[in-house]
Design a protein around this ligand. Structure first.
Ligand SMILES: [Zn+2]
Length: 470
């Protein structure tokens, strides 16, 4: 039985989607004014992993994740770069798709943008004004937070505490327009020269929170199964989404709220974080770190736990991943001399591993215990690959099992047929030295070129030939 920790009720609950077999899931996406940072990546990886597990369980997942393509940060960044807001959005949406593809995040079923939904947003706000939940003031429109009786339910704080929190998120000119400090903007009047749309309240643009209520309702329905995002979105963003959606739609907005933990920067990366003002982008990381290692590292920490981004933790992830790859290659190597008989024992053992894996993951997507099962399977695979006689069906079954479980963590396991080991490289260097001695330069050049194609660079030094892997 799959259980999920619901932030709203603060307990693990049995997961039952509204419509059997289908999960409607909305994940708050980034504001596209820059490359995505490591915190965005954590959220995207955490919920891509949840999605993959739900699909593994046989659910059809409708996964919607938005792009916030107009807001204060967008307007500021576009002006600084001397381009328009839509140009800025285009640039960083493309970058988002490239960066997330590199870390093997499946594209959402839909990636709607706020600016594609302005008519729907206006209609939604009008509905709230008509019902008395919102009011216009000098071209802005605000939501009356205290009128919504359950305001504060998600963050579990008193209205007084929320009032203090809310004040951190508003500009001084907003404060004077609001009836109550807790109220928040649904629509903002455009300042001269700013991007704007016509509305019943004058030229302006949507506030941030309203777009998610509108797009979630439009693309997934009034009540959805899962709404997810970073812990920092609980208040005010998600609290406000509930208030807007339930006031307008008159029914429960979200059945399970999921929030991922923070990323902290480890000591050995302190220097890096300072120079980049704590804004480490995926775009930069994957220039130095194998994207698959980054993915594996983040996907194997349970989504609610904090992650410490550090070189030491990345190295651990790299070693674990290498270990799994080696087991996979050991099995592949034995395919050539494997027999054709079945091996019931292996089949039974694989079923046991799978049951164990599902039990782990069903407990609020406990990936740490899930990956522990994969390591046991790896141990088993290595022992099996050393047997005198092996069965081809059994080898394929173990490989399939490994590949399928690893795919939930977003890692594509493929045999590294072309991987060339150090022993082989040394032999070839020896052969090349002999060729050079006998002035067979055609042969020595060929060896150098062949190695280069496989990512091995030779360097001739006075002390002899060294090599490095690209
Ligand atoms: Zn959102």
């Amino acid at each position: 039985m799959l259980t999920i920790y619901n932030t709203l009720t603060r307990k693990k609950e049995e997961f039952k989607p509204l419509h059997p077999g289908v999960v409607n899931m909305y994940v708050c996406g980034p504001t596209v004014y820059n490359y995505i940072h490591i915190g965005n990546a954590r959220s995207a990886i955490a919920f891509d992993t949840v999605r993959r597990y739900l699909e593994f369980k046989g659910y059809k997942v409708n996964y919607v994740s938005n792009f916030t393509d107009v807001d204060d940060k967008m307007i500021k960044a576009a002006a600084a770069q001397g381009i328009t807001v839509p140009q800025l959005a285009e640039k960083y949406i493309n970058a988002f798709m490239e960066d997330t593809e590199a870390i093997n995040i499946e594209p959402a079923t839909l990636h709607p943008r706020a600016t594609e939904n302005i008519n729907e947003i206006i209609k939604f706000i009008r509905g709230l004004v008509d019902k008395g939940y919102a009011y216009a003031k000098d071209g802005d429109v605000y939501y009356r937070a205290r009128k919504f009786k359950d305001y504060g339910q998600l963050s579990g704080q008193s209205l007084d505490d929320l009032e203090v929190g809310a004040s951190e998120h508003v500009s001084a000119d907003e404060v004077n327009k609001k009836e109550d400090p807790l109220d928040f903007a649904l629509w903002k009047a455009a300042k001269p020269g700013e991007i704007n749309w016509d509305s019943p309240w004058g030229k302006g643009r949507p506030g941030w929170h309203i777009e998610c209520s509108v797009m979630s309702t439009k693309y997934l329905g009034k009540t959805i199964d899962i709404h997810a995002g970073g812990q920092d979105l609980e208040f005010p963003h998600h609290e406000n989404e509930i208030a807007q959606s339930e006031a307008e739609n008159g029914q429960k907005f979200v059945r399970y709220w999921m929030h991922n933990g923070f990323v902290t920067i480890g000591k050995d990366n302190e220097k890096m974080s300072k120079s980049l003002h704590n804004f480490i982008t995926v775009h930069d990381i994957i220039k130095e770190v194998d994207p698959q290692v980054l993915r594996f590292f983040m996907a194997t920490t349970q989504y609610r736990r904090p992650i410490q981004y550090s070189q030491a933790n990345l190295t651990d992830a790299q070693n674990n991943l290498d270990h799994i790859q080696t087991a996979f290659d050991n099995l592949t190597y034995r395919e050539q001399d494997a027999g054709n008989d079945e091996d019931q024992n292996v089949e039974d053992q694989l079923k046991t591993f799978r049951t164990q894996f599902i039990t782990a993951m069903d407990d609020d997507i406990n990936v740490q215990n899930g990956i522990a099962t994969v390591y046991e399977l790896v141990k088993y695979a290595n022992v099996y690959a050393q047997q005198k006689q092996v069965s081809l069906t059994a080898i394929k079954a173990i490989k399939d099992e490994l590949a399928e479980l690893m795919s939930i963590f977003g890692v594509k396991l493929v045999a590294s047929d072309n991987k060339i080991d150090d022993e082989k490289i040394k032999q070839l260097i020896e052969e090349r030295n002999l060729a050079r001695k006998s002035k067979d330069f055609a042969r020595s050049d060929q060896i150098r070129d062949d190695l280069k194609k496989q990512g091995i660079i030779l360097e001739d030094t006075p002390q002899g030939t060294r090599y490095k892997k690209e």
